[in-house]
Write a protein that binds this ligand. Sequence first.
Ligand code: ADP
Ligand code: MG
Length: 728
Amino acid sequence: MATVRFYALQEAQSRKPVKIEYPEKKTSDYFAVNVFDKRKMLEYLSKDAFDGVMDCIDKGQRMDRRLAEQVAVGMKAWAMDMGATYYSHWFSPLTDGTAEKHDAFIDFSGSGGVIESFPGKLLVQQEPDASSFPSGGIRNTFEARGYTAWDPSSPAFVLDRTLCIPTIFVAYTGEALDFKTPLLKALSAIDKAATDVCQYFDKDVSKVWAALGWEQEYFLVDEALFNARPDLSACGRTLVGHQSAKDQQLEDQYFAAIPERVSSFMREVEVEGYRLGIPIKTRHNEVAPNQYELAPIFEECNLAVDHNMLVMDIMKKIARRHGFRVLFHEKPFNGINGSGKHNNWSLFTNTGINLLSPGAKPKTNTQFLAFLVCTLNAVYKHQDLIRASIVSAGNCHRLGANEAPPLIISAFVGHMLSEMLDDLETRVTNKKMTPDEKTELKLDVGKIPEIMLDNTDRNRTSPFAFVGNRFEFRAVGAPANCASAMIALNTAVAQELKEFKKDADKLIDKGIKKDEAIFQVIREFIIKSKNVRFEGNSYGEDWQKEAPKRGLTNISNVIEALDAYTSEKSKKLFVENKVFTERELEARTEVRYENYGKKVQIESRILASIALNQIVPTAIDYQTRLIENVQGLKELFGNDFKEIASGRLELIRQISEHTSAIKAMVNEMTEERKSANKIEEIREKAYEYSIKVFPFFEKIRFHIDRLERIVDNEMWPLPKYTELLFTR
Ligand code: ADP
Ligand code: MG
């Protein structure tokens, strides 16, 4: 009997690279053609309307109805010229993906036919039924409406002949049900706080924007093989599978030549991405087989987040045209690297200065130091919140597994900068500096860029690393909406910048000169945040021992890690900075608990069905064959058969042991699930799943993976790791 795996392999191995049409033009000729950007606005909007939109973007304001009417007319005309017949508000609910509800541009004309219509009120606001999105108890069933409203700072675009309008998504009562709403608030908080600090150094600074450059890792798996694996199809990761004899141990994958089927997929993603205005810049093979990375040039944080969500959407779509499925799961395969999404973050002023890049002058360098120490302090103080922002059912498999940062949040700045901070700590004191001391200090601070140029050391094991002109937050999971991490980080840094200013102003009020006051506060922040700086190997066991002594926590249980969202400290931070209300924060955390519990529940069910309906029956079939063989040997050799059949007898016994263990454990796991399901309280239920159900996964898998090595290859029902990882 041929297995599903057999047909899947036949299909996968005969697949050819898809020939794609390369655009005839240069990238710059068609970049952003599908985006209603400034150029198109200038063409399709009146001067007044254009200025109005720009004003809304610059000031982060909502649009009034009159302006909206004007913009809607222009936007519709452009979209129709692009062939669009539908429009949709496009938003990020609290799921892993995006949401869109399409409506056609039509309305009755009043004289029998239809006309193309798109009223301004539908541009700025719509009221989708919110009842089927996660809300953490915010929406009542009697008030299930939510509304979406255009975020003009992220431009509309046409995708598949549909005009997509990036929007926020909030409950009718005003609470956020999405990622964008709080992100915009966090970005506004850091804008205000950072601009205030910049005022010490440069009066021309009136705006600071956060930059985000994400690096997206992913796996590609042949679609036929993917479909033959219920675990991949339903959970996005393999729940069973013996490691491939060869995978990444020869380190021959990273940056290796890109297979043709894959490069044609990548090329199509890039072309589509360019049309949508996504500045895709980098592509390469990653460490694990069939693992790749895609990264654009960094952009303003809100736009970068939207572009990341959009890229993941189009990658999923395009992969299927190439007979692939793309896996964004943080850990699709045991034993090889999982996928992360590095978030490169920095802050820019309207005057074009990167505040996290050492400047050419002592003054800009002092400013750089101020922002550096505020960031370090934010990461130290809010380490638990920052961890909460990135943990998930999937990410817990990757973090701390010697391939990605551990669950201890520390920061790396490189040893030269670290020495510089230590030096400042000893040289600056509360006493008044002599003019000579001051000059010398400023000169030394001015030397930072030179020092760093020669010493761009990198530490790959740190979760939060300074890399010369930005921080790279490496603990974010590949499928995550970057907004979650960016909300926590930007809000925490905003708060520290406010504290910085408060402390400096206090000293200045006491009559201390501005530059000295700033140095004193920098020193104070260096001392306060010292414990978070770690230059060593974050993967090492020593660090696990040392971190707690420094007041750094290490929480590996996802539910316990998520608890930090609603700690008094986090609530205070978010409420004071007007990013979340307490209720929003609690609701959101509840969504995360629930999401975790449900994911573990689904995985547990899938694992049980694979085990009982696919693996155990196959193993028994094979065992029956062995038994028949042994019986034949007995007929032939009489009493001597035992010696001749000893190997087979041993296998028969092993199969019985493994299948019995599997059955017993699946039963136990099912019982645990049943008792967890009786718990009403959402956090408690999810926690029960984390400590009672989850631990069975590895144990059951162990026996299944053993059976994979015993059972005849021809009979094995699931595509094996080697096939999943090397078919391309
Ligand atoms: P690496 O793999 O060495 O970390 P990549 O080139 O793959 O580097 O990705 C680096 C990412 O960081 C890119 O998205 C890049 O645009 C982004 N980046 C560079 N400078 C900054 C900055 N100042 N702020 C934010 N992101 C940045
Ligand atoms: Mg990087």
